[in-house]
Design a binder for this molecule. Structure first.
Ligand code: S3P
Length: 426
């Protein structure tokens, strides 16, 4: 599906409810499948990535029923069964990496496969620590397919070279099934949804700054209401900040401190963003956001900022094009390992639109106060976040732009176009 976007003549106005968080939706399905008993998951994200996770746990013998697209009932014995085919993770790195941790310690064998993009992504980052725990995983030179021979696991203390919630979660999930205390130490704290949800479901898990430890645990089935996804909200936040005369409210946004890097950056840049009605839902902080068109200034983004906004960097790079002065983003080399190489992809497609941006090995340098020319076609590289970033660029481009293969948006936010329509006044 190709989409043509043209410059908005008026600002964005009104209110939207942002759909559910992808990271939390995956975990809700995985952890409820591991818990003995019945759980109800409400406000589930019905997008391709999370549906891949549901498909896998159904294949592992868990009884999962959709009441409607956003409500699931999971009834589990707490035990998984031998799958009768390869488990398809689709485009989802979170599914492949977390499920590997779960399957390594089972008493059966399994194979994990993924689509073209996922089959190019690095899996050594989980194979190395899981193998140290006794896991037996064969791969295609560190990439999918992953052939897992179930084995008895033992604990480790792992100093992770990268701040990655997928790596951390994979090890913790394996640790839940291993003898002894398993610990993961990260250079910076990555998103902590696994820690919060496992704790909520009764696991023996503790956190001390950058170190998380877990012991053998049995989970208690609990109902989970999934918070809205700040990574999806990011596209609307930036659209409102850069389209003149905008003033919008985004409701039910997850405000977990390990995810709110974008809010800090917007405030650092002088953006008009207010947090309203903060509350806690199923152990996660949520709130409503009011965002208005703003005069912005460039800033530096690096170090501990990065894991707190890793998925928002493409849209933050676009935001920087509208700020006064230069923005420098560094320490983000892992962006090259996402659904696409997001550093090269952003630089290539932004330049096609007439944007001045320099590529660094670990980030970008973006000039401020730029006019986006447009008037051409752009590519999304099988990457949902790139598709949505380019769409928002189109809202301020001088001439319309055509985005090829926009359907990749379905990976995380099938409602993107309808939500945008709600806010656009023609
Ligand atoms: C995720 C963790 C992050 C993020 C991804 C989702 C998760 O990846 O980019 O979209 O749900 O744990 P890394 O752990 O590789 O940084």
């Amino acid at each position: 599906m190709d989409v043509v976007v043209s410059k908005l003549k008026k600002g964005l106005k009104g209110e939207i409810i942002i759909p559910a968080d992808k990271s939390i939706s995956h975990r809700a399905v995985m952890f409820s499948s591991l818990a003995k008993g019945k759980s109800k998951i409400t406000n589930f994200l019905y997008a391709s990535d999370c549906r891949s996770t549901v498909g896998i746990f159904k294949n592992l013998g868990v009884d999962i029923e959709f009441i409607d697209e956003h409500t699931l009932i999971i009834n589990s014995t707490g035990m998984l069964n031998t799958p009768n085919k390869a488990l398809d993770c689709g485009n989802s790195g979170t599914t492949m990496r977390l499920v590997s941790g779960i399957l390594s310690g089972q008493n059966f064998n399994s194979v994990l496969i993924g689509d073209e993009s996922l089959s190019k992504r690095p899996m050594k980052r989980i194979i190395t620590p899981l193998s140290q725990m006794g896991a037996i995983i064969e791969s295609n030179d560190g990439k999918a397919p992953l052939k897992i021979t179930g084995n008895k696991l033992h604990s480790i203390e792992y100093n992770s070279p990268i701040a990655s919630a997928q790596v951390k979660s994979s090890i913790l999930l394996a640790g839940m099934n291993a003898d002894g205390i398993t610990s993961v130490i990260e250079p910076y704290v990555s998103r902590n949804h696994t820690e919060l949800m496992l704790k909520y479901m009764g696991a023996n898990i503790s956190v001390d700054k950058n170190k998380v430890s877990i012991e053998k645990s049995e989970l208690i089935a609990k109902d989970i209401n999934v918070a809205g996804d700040i990574s999806s909200a990011a596209f609307f936040i930036v659209a409102a900040l850069i389209v003149p005369n905008s003033d919008i409210i985004i409701k039910n946004v997850g405000l977990n401190d390990t995810r709110t890097g974008i809010i800090d950056v917007v405030q650092r840049m002088g953006g008009n963003l207010e947090i309203l009605d903060e509350r806690v839902v199923s152990g996660e902080k949520v709130g409503d956001l009011r965002i208005k068109y703003s005069d912005l200034k460039g800033c530096n983004i690096s170090g501990a900022d990065i894991p707190r906004l890793i998925d928002e960097l493409p849209i933050i790079a676009l935001l920087a094009t509208q700020a006064e002065g230069e923005t420098r983003i560094t320490d983000a080399s892992d962006l090259r390992n996402k659904e696409a190489d997001r550093i090269t992809a952003v630089v290539t497609e932004f330049r096609k639109l007439g944007i001045d941006i320099d590529e660094l090995p670990d980030g970008f340098v973006i000039g401020g106060k730029q006019i986006i020319k447009g008037g051409n076609e752009v590519e999304v590289y099988h990457d949902h976040r790139l598709a949505m970033t380019l769409y928002v660029a189109g809202l301020i481009a001088e001439q319309e732009i055509k985005i090829n293969e926009f359907q990749w948006v379905n990976i995380s936010l099938p409602e993107f176009l309808s939500l945008m329509e709600t806010l656009v006044i023609l």
